[in-house]
Write a protein that binds this ligand. Structure first.
Ligand SMILES: [Zn+2]
Ligand SMILES: [Zn+2]
Length: 336
C-alpha cells in the first residue's frame, strides 16, 4: 500500500510503499477513501508540535470503510463506513474521559501526529474512537467534518451558541467556511471578516449577511454597527492581529473563541473584558460525542463543505499550496 510520510521536522512529504498492517485486539483496519488536508498537517511538517512522533503519516480528517476487524470488536463490521478525527485514543478512565471530554485527556493520542494518520491507503485505528458515517455523507464531503467541522461545532457549543445569535467568523479558509455553514444551519446570523476583498462573494454565497474587509475597515467599529456587536466571534485564521482588532466588537456578554493558533500572544484590553463581561476562550477539536453530533447535523441539514479533491500522490503539493495561502475551502486527498 501507499503511504505519505514525514520523516522529520521540515522534511518533505514522501510517498512510501508499506505493508498493509494487521489489526490487533480492539483495532480496525480502515480502507481510507478520503483524508482532508488541515493546517495542523502543515504545522506538523514545520515541526510546530513538540509532542509529534516522526516518522509519521499525517492526516486527521479521515473517511473510509472498515476492511478488517481485530479481536474483541463487537459493534463494528467489515464494510461499515466510518470516520476518525484527531482524537485517536485517550486513557478512558480519567475525569475528562468519564465526562465525555476526551480531547482534554492528558494521555490523548493524536491521529496523524503521535499515531499514523490518514495520508495512506490503509490505517489502523482503535474501534472505540471511530464514528459511524451517516449514509447521506459521501467520503470526500465527510472528511473535512472530522476536524474543520468538528472544531467549529464544538467551539460554538462550548461558547454557548443559541439560535438567532450573531456570529462573526474571522477567516474564510477550511474552518471559516465550515463555521459559516454550521452557524447558518443552527439558525444563527453570520458576518465574515477577511483580509481578502475577493472573499466577499464566497462569504455571501455561504450565507453571511455582512462582510467586513479587515484591510479597509475597523473590525470592532464595523461589528458594533451590527446591532450592538457579535455575540460570538469564531477566530479561525491563525493571526493574532485580526483577533485583537475584532475583540472590542463583541456584544456585551459576548465570547471570542480562538480556534486557529497564531504564533503571537493575543492581547485584549482588561476594560473591554470587564466592563462588557466579555470572554476570551480557546477550543480544541472535540469529543466523540461532538463528532457524532457534527456528522448528524451535517447529514440532516445538508451541509456541504467546499472541497477540492486531489490524489494522495499530490500530498506534498497540497501542503505547499496551503503554505502559500492558495487554497479555497478544503483540499481532500483521495486514495484511488
Ligand atoms: Zn485539523
Ligand atoms: Zn483520559
Amino acid at each position: 500500500m501507499k503511504a505519505a510520510v514525514i520523516n522529520a521536522p521540515n522534511a518533505e512529504v514522501r510517498i512510501e510503499e508499506r505493508d498493509r498492517p494487521l489489526p490487533g485486539r480492539g483495532e480496525l483496519l480502515i480502507r481510507v477513501h478520503a483524508c482532508g488536508v488541515c493546517h495542523g498537517d502543515l504545522m506538523l511538517q514545520m515541526g510546530q508540535f513538540p509532542f509529534a512522533r516522526y516518522p509519521v503519516v499525517p492526516g486527521h480528517e479521515i473517511a473510509g470503510v472498515i476492511e478488517e476487524v481485530g479481536e474483541n470488536v463487537s459493534e463494528l463490521r467489515t464494510g461499515d463506513r466510518v470516520g476518525l478525527s484527531a482524537l485517536f485514543s485517550s486513557c478512558g478512565c480519567c475525569e475528562q474521559c468519564l465526562d465525555r471530554d476526551e480531547f482534554l485527556c492528558s494521555q490523548m493520542q493524536f491521529t496523524g501526529i503521535t499515531q499514523d494518520g490518514g495520508y495512506q491507503q490503509f490505517m489502523l485505528a482503535p474501534a472505540a474512537y471511530v464514528a459511524p458515517l451517516p449514509d447521506r455523507l459521501d467520503f470526500v464531503e465527510a472528511a473535512p467534518l472530522m476536524c474543520a467541522g468538528l472544531t467549529v461545532f464544538s467551539g460554538l457549543r462550548h461558547a454557548g451558541f443559541e439560535p438567532g445569535e450573531k456570529v462573526a467568523v474571522i477567516g474564510l479558509g477550511g474552518l471559516g467556511h465550515m463555521g459559516v455553514l454550521f452557524v447558518r444551519a443552527l439558525g444563527g446570523r453570520v458576518a465574515v471578516l477577511s483580509t481578502s476583498a475577493d472573499k466577499e462573494a464566497e462569504a455571501r454565497g455561504l450565507g453571511a449577511e455582512r462582510f467586513i474587509n479587515l484591510k479597509t475597515e475597523s473590525a470592532s467599529e464595523a461589528l458594533r454597527t451590527w446591532e450592538g456587536g457579535a455575540d460570538i466571534i469564531l477566530a479561525t485564521s491563525p493571526a493574532a492581529q485580526p483577533m485583537m482588532a475584532a475583540f472590542p466588537g463583541l456584544a456585551l456578554n459576548g465570547t471570542m473563541v480562538v480556534l486557529g493558533a497564531p504564533p503571537d500572544d493575543i492581547a485584549v484590553s482588561p476594560m473591554d473584558l470587564i466592563m462588557g463581561r466579555r470572554r476570551l476562550m480557546g477550543s480544541p477539536a472535540g469529543s466523540r460525542k461532538d463528532l457524532c453530533d457534527t456528522l448528524h447535523l451535517a447529514a440532516t441539514h445538508g451541509i456541504h463543505a467546499r472541497v477540492t479533491p486531489m490524489p494522495l500522490d499530490e500530498a506534498a503539493n497540497a501542503l505547499k499550496q496551503m503554505h502559500e495561502g492558495n487554497i479555497h475551502g478544503r483540499v481532500v486527498l483521495t486514495m484511488g
